[in-house]
Each structure stands twice: as structure tokens, then as C-alpha cells.
Ligand binder design. Structure first.
Ligand code: SAM
Length: 312
């Protein structure tokens, strides 16, 4: 489904909206939907089939039944259309009554939320269980030592990184970003953070002088990424670690709007440009739900003691 007209037709049916509102609250089987909606099985199944075909919901087997849920990765425009309709219609008496009946049914059934989501918790919403809270929590176990953030921009990440670092040098060639970043450092009173205006291809850092070098969604901006990664390897001390969070090779012209010089990178390129380092780990994340569905790749590598001379 791509045309907005198709999305609106899909969402223009009251029964489908009732189904979606309920699934937004709780993944449900056809029988459970029947109990709440008081409609026939074939009618509900027909609406579920249409929603599933459009990619807005999916189902997983559960015993002899199937449990339906809203897709987190539904196509961006369709997901956006549903979000808007949902927010506009949430307070309508019909949907509010359905939601009340569902809450009663779940209570009388006596199964707890925990029991119901066992095996599918990774797909479910749980209050407070956000990527942001997880990131903040896990970061407290991180140690960046003498850290360099290449392409640090205006320091949007310094509040996360600086408390876990002995020192943090933010490197960026943009005068505007450096000025904004320095202002931010001053406001936050982060004594261990400094800013340097320079390109990643020519790091004003001594050999083997840092413990971690980060490229956080900045490598796609760098004119010569191979050179910048070579510079990072040179600046790392033995045992130091490189972290590159960037976009996987893509073909989306939208990237130019953000000033990217490269349409992402292949894993082979990233490994080749960091071959003087060791212990490579590569993680590719699922494509974003928002169009055009950029995909992030994460590469980490370690500077080995034996290779450090070659890297210089
Ligand atoms: C999307 S911003 C990322 C900022 C920051 N890392 C973050 O995650 O908030 C990309 C940054 O890369 C910087 N950049 C552009 N060319 C660069 C180069 N040759 N070397 C290092 N950084 C560069 C830009 O100035 C910009 O601040």
C-alpha cells in the first residue's frame, strides 16, 4: 500500500477502527475481539485480513488460535495515517466503551498482563521500557576513558558520554556547530569536555593518545571516510576502541537533504578501512519505520598492541 487514498479507505471503516483501537491496547485473538465487539467471526476475520494485507497488523500463532497486534514496523505513511486517526478518534464514545469492555474482559479472564505477554514481551509496550531509558541505564556501565567524538556536532550526545569519560574532545569542522557545542558545554558546566574545530581526516591529536574514538552518525558527512578512520586508528592507544554508528549503504536521495556526502557504507568498506584494528564486531539494526527506511550499521574494533606501530 502506498497511496494515501488507500490508507484513508482502510481507516475509513468504523469496525476496522474499533479493531485497531483495541489492538493498540492489547494484542488479541479473533475470539477475544468477538467478545468485546459482539460481532460475528467472519466479519471480524474479514477486517483483520484487510488490515493484515495492508501491513498495519500482523499475527502470531498461539495454541490453536492466532494473536493479532499492530505492527511497529508498518510502512511509514500508513502508520502515520493510523496515528493521526487514532489520536483524533480516541475519545469517541464507541471506542471508549470498547476499551472499557476490553478492560473488564481481561479482568474477569484473570490472566495477568505478564502471563499474556510471555514470549512476546519484545514486541510489547511496557511503561517506561523505552530505548531512551535502556540507553541511559546501560551507559552507566560504560567507560570511555580519554574519548574523542568525531563529528560531534553541537554536542547533543555529550550529556550521555561525558559522565562516563575521563576527558571528552569533540571534533567538528563546522564553525557553527563548534560555537553551539562550546556554548552547550559552558551551560552544562562540563569541565572534562573540550571542542576542536577540525575535520576527521586530520585529527589534531597525538599518536596513541586516546582510549576511545566515536563516529556517531557523522561518517556519512566526512569527505574521505577511509582517511578519517585511519586517523582514528592512529590516535587510539593500544587497547583503545573505535565505535562507528553510521548508515548502511542505501540508495535514498533523501540523504542529500541532510548534507550527507555518502549514501551509507557497506560492511566490507567499513572493515577494510579499519583493517589495522582487530576484534571487529558488526551489528545492523532493523530499517527505520519512517520512510525511506534508513538502516544503521554499528562497527566496533580494538587497537591491538602489536598492530599499533603499523597503524602509525
Ligand atoms: C548529523 S551530525 C552528527 C552530530 C553528532 N555526532 C550527533 O550524533 O548528534 C554530523 C556532523 O558531522 C560533521 N562533519 C562534517 N564533515 C566532517 C568531517 N570531515 N569530519 C568530521 N565531522 C564532519 C558535521 O559538521 C556535523 O556536525
Amino acid at each position: 500500500m502506498s497511496a494515501i487514498g488507500d490508507s484513508l479507505r482502510l481507516l475509513g471503516d468504523e469496525t476496522r477502527l474499533r479493531v485497531l483501537h483495541l489492538l493498540e491496547t492489547e494484542p488479541l485473538t479473533v475470539a477475544e475481539l468477538q467478545d468485546v465487539l459482539d460481532l460475528g467471526q467472519s466479519s471480524i476475520s474479514g477486517h483483520l485480513a484487510k488490515l493484515k494485507q495492508a501491513g498495519l497488523i500482523h499475527d502470531l500463532p498461539e495454541g490453536s488460535a492466532r494473536r493479532y497486534r499492530i505492527r511497529e514496523d508498518a510502512e511509514g505513511r500508513l502508520r502515520g495515517a493510523w496515528s493521526s486517526v487514532r489520536d483524533l478518534s480516541r475519545q469517541e464514545p464507541q471506542f471508549a466503551a470498547d476499551s472499557k469492555r476490553l478492560a473488564e474482559q481481561l479482568r474477569t479472564r484473570g490472566t495477568s498482563w505478564v502471563d499474556r505477554v510471555a514470549g512476546s514481551l519484545h514486541r510489547e509496550y511496557a511503561p517506561g521500557r523505552t530505548w531512551e531509558s535502556l540507553c541511559h541505564g546501560l551507559l552507566l556501565f560504560a567507560h570511555f576513558g580519554r574519548c574523542v567524538d568525531v563529528g560531534a556536532g553541537d554536542g547533543a550526545m555529550i550529556e550521555l558520554i561525558a559522565p562516563q569519560a575521563e576527558s571528552l574532545v569533540c571534533v567538528d569542522p563546522s564553525e557553527a556547530m563548534v560555537a553551539a557545542g562550546m556554548e552547550r558545554v559552558k551551560t552544562l558546566g562540563l569541565d572534562c569536555v573540550s571542542y576542536v574545530m577540525a575535520p576527521g581526516e586530520d585529527l589534531p591529536l597525538a599518536d596513541a593518545s586516546c582510549d576511545s574514538v566515536l563516529f556517531l552518525q557523522s561518517l556519512q558527512y566526512v569527505a574521505d571516510p577511509a582517511k578519517a578512520l585511519g586517523e582514528a586508528a592512529r590516535a587510539l592507544a593500544p587497547g583503545g576502541r573505535l565505535l562507528v554508528v553510521t548508515l548502511l549503504r542505501h540508495d535514498f536521495a533523501e540523504a542529500e537533504r541532510y548534507g550527507h556526502r555518502h549514501r551509507g557504507f557497506s560492511i566490507d568498506e567499513l572493515k577494510r578501512w579499519t583493517r589495522v584494528l582487530a576484534e571487529h564486531r558488526v551489528v545492523t539494526l532493523p530499517a527505520e519505520t519512517r520512510a525511506p527506511r534508513f538502516q544503521t550499521v554499528i562497527v566496533t574494533a580494538v587497537k591491538g598492541a602489536a598492530r599499533s606501530k603499523k597503524a602509525r
